[in-house]
Write a protein of this length. Structure first.
Length: 226
């Protein structure tokens, strides 16, 4: 099976998350950019609010593909202590890389969220959504950073994942839902007929649409109860 696009993947994934529908403690957070179209469909089906959770890898200078940690929404920093110790990376280098990545993270936050505040995840069941998992390193960093903000429960949900990555113990989360774990896996994009890059404009549009639709549903429910 392959998905037509991220929209179809999101609808398929939402069906496996139906037990989280119509709960006032649930928040759906998307990893931009590709996770946003998927998460939009999930949030709509669950009648839950949608927001984003940005993560930036902290690459080792000169070997940027190696992650010595990550920063995320809310200014949270997570370090790979083993890598830092093994490579003898001094604090000033980590601080310098983190400062650069924080500027880019804040730029993207403004680009996508505008002047709206970051979501308060304390005591919430947070569903972290992306369009797929290969190694899972970005999602693990997101989950570790999110954990520091004290949600009640973290659920990772993706339409497709490498089989060995779909494991809540490796992710450090309370639950992980992978709609498909094909083998051989090859890569996330192999399981979408249309895997074209999601644009910044699409991210902004979907977030705005989700906010308006959620507000309209709340007004409708309020009218029914009054």
């Amino acid at each position: 099976m392959t998905y037509r696009d991220r929209t179809e993947a999101g609808r398929h994934l939402a069906a496996q998350l139906a037990h989280y529908a119509n709960r006032d403690d649930v928040l759906v957070l998307a990893l931009p950019r590709g996770g946003v179209p998927v998460a939009y469909e999930v949030a709509k089906a669950l009648r839950a609010p949608l927001d984003i959770f940005l993560v930036r890898k902290l690459g080792v200078p000169g070997h940027e593909e190696l992650a010595m940690g990550a920063i995320a929404t809310g200014g949270v920093r997570v370090l790979n202590d083993d890598a830092v110790e093994y490579l003898g990376i001094p604090s000033r280098v980590i601080d310098s890389v983190a400062a650069n990545e924080l500027r880019e993270l804040e730029r993207r936050e403004r680009e996508y969220r505008g002047d709206r505040p970051e979501p308060d995840v304390r005591g919430k069941t947070v569903i972290l959504v992306d369009d797929g998992l290969a190694t899972g390193s970005t999602m693990r960093a997101a989950a570790a950073a999110l954990r520091q903000q004290n949600p009640a429960r973290i659920v990772v949900a993706v339409p497709v994942s490498a089989p060995q990555t779909c494991d809540e113990y490796r992710m450090g989360v309370d639950e992980i839902i992978c709609a498909m774990t094909p083998e051989p896996f090859f890569g996330v994009g192999q399981w979408y007929r249309d895997f074209s890059q999601t644009t910044d404009e699409e991210v902004r549009d979907l977030l705005e649409r989700a906010r308006n639709e959620y507000a309209a549903r709340e007004q409708e429910e309020l009218a029914h109860t009054s």
